[in-house]
Design a protein around this ligand. Sequence first.
Ligand code: AMP
Ligand code: MN
Ligand code: MN
Ligand code: MN
Length: 295
Amino acid sequence: MNSENTQNFDLHNHTSASDGILSAAALVALAHHNHCDALALTDHDTVANVAAAAEAAKACGLRFIPGVEISVSWVAAGDIDSPLKTIHIVGLNIDPANTTLTNGLASVRGGRVQRGRVIADLLVSAGVPDIFDDAYALAENKEMLGRTHFARALVARGVVKDVASAFKRFLTPGNPGYVPHHWASLPDAVAWIRAAGGVAVVAHPARYRLASGEMRSLLNEFKALGGQSIEVVTGSHSPDEYALFAALCKEFGFFASRGADFHSIEDTPIEPGKLPSLASVDANLQPVWQLFSPQ
Ligand code: AMP
Ligand code: MN
Ligand code: MN
Ligand code: MN
């Protein structure tokens, strides 16, 4: 039994710098209210709110871990005829000022507005009058226009009843508003995180719907690149998936991570600090926070 793995570290959360709703200060206040022992901010492809979150956390005495969630396009080696899959790699305990990381993130953000225009055009073809301006207005950080902003715009228009329905009907592969996009490579994303002194973590591994062999290819490749951790307990995993990824975590010798993947009270069922502990899933998991220097 590892006593640290009972701690309430929540290491995956978003703010309005990407596709969350809360400001950095409001996210920190919520995590503090929920008795987190530590909070990581992991916005998609940007560290724009890390300094503000660090300051707010310091003011209320909450331990803060700077982070990011990098969008990656990946296909298993030897499977080059398959379409690229989108995988998310979280970087924890990064130096947000590291220019290898910040230049890499800027390159990933680059195509988002153009992609948004294509999404809006495809939605027009599917019968939804041009919704680009509505989605763009909802993106506080204009460089970070994403599918969630389109989903919220579709809800506001009354086209769908909720964000989940917008993804299901329009914004996911095979549906009329989905645009394949080329994100960072897996080697680049892991290298940027490591250059910034961080720990690379595979986010919500159950969400990629990989066959078992593909998942093993991903985890082997990630480990060979210097990746050290996978999320075991996260907002979009079921209890069965906690158990499956706890087993894979131990088999591959990874550290285990835990985080709500909180976006907003409306969008995400689990608030920061409210997930089961790692210890409650498997008392022998090594928590990723063992890698962070004690404070
Ligand atoms: P993007 O990076 O613009 O492609 O947007 C990805 C984000 O969309 C994810 O981080 C989630 O917040 C959200 N998302 C993806 N799939 C779904 C889904 N099926 N239901 C709700 N949100 C989703
Ligand atoms: Mn998101
Ligand atoms: Mn993600
Ligand atoms: Mn996320």
